[in-house]
Design a protein around this ligand. Structure first.
Ligand SMILES: Cc1cc2nc3c(=O)[nH]c(=O)nc-3n(C[C@H](O)[C@H](O)[C@H](O)COP(=O)(O)O)c2cc1C
Length: 191
């Protein structure tokens, strides 16, 4: 399992990156696999050298390939102007529209106000709906006040992380046994 911890933060240290990496680590402990981390603070200056996928240089292609090649994506963003960061959107504008079909995705965000927690449902989730990815029902939203020195401390948010991980684990065996593969590839179901 390739788990991608993808954070839309554009500064460091970052509460969002901290939350996303914590969730990815907990998921890895639960289901195994390998975690790769990408933070937009590092990736965006490379990706913005291209406005379209056909303009990506080698370094940019490697970043986009990591997204397209992941089995599971934990994606998080700081809330910026009531949405996810523009840097994160630019990355997904460069990802092939077919590449994320059926991939499992956990949604996360950090913000300054609880009023913007629904950004996850109204903006980030539809992005993955476009990609036909399988977002788990529990989205994780943490406030600045939930962190001490950029480390997540609120047990209620930690509980939500574990719930989202349970949901990923619940749908992972189905993929491994080929239950979600094309009908002709399912053993015993071929006509
Ligand atoms: C330019 C900018 C815009 C922001 N807009 C919002 C917003 O609309 N709603 C909100 O709840 N927080 C907003 N915030 C607060 C950030 O979402 C919050 O501090 C977040 O935890 C930062 O994440 P980071 O530590 O990963 O950078 C904004 C912060 C900045 C710098």
């Amino acid at each position: 399992m390739n788990i991608l911890a993808l954070s839309g933060n554009v500064k460091t240290p970052s509460r969002t990156a901290s939350l996303v990496n914590l969730a990815a680590d907990r998921l890895r402990r639960r289901i195994g696999g390998h975690v790769q981390s990408i933070e937009l603070v590092d990736a965006a200056p490379v990706l913005f050298r291209a406005l379209r996928a056909d303009q990506l240089d080698v370094e940019g292609k490697v970043i986009v390939a990591a997204v397209e090649g992941a089995d599971i994506i934990i994606v998080g963003s700081p809330v910026y102007r009531a949405s996810f960061s523009g840097a994160l959107k630019h990355l997904f504008d460069l990802v092939d529209y077919r590449a994320l079909t059926g991939k499992r995705v956990v949604l996360a965000a950090t913000g300054g106000t609880p009023l913007h927690g629904l950004m996850l449902e109204h903006q980030l989730r539809p992005l993955f709906g476009f990609f036909n990815a399988m977002t788990v029902p529990t989205a994780i939203y943490a406030l600045e006040a939930d962190f001490t020195d950029h480390e997540l401390r609120n047990p209620a948010v930690l509980e939500r992380i574990d719930r989202a991980i349970d949901e990923v684990a619940a749908i992972t065996p189905a993929l491994d046994t080929g239950a979600l593969a094309a009908p002709e590839k399912r053993s015993g179901l071929a006509a």
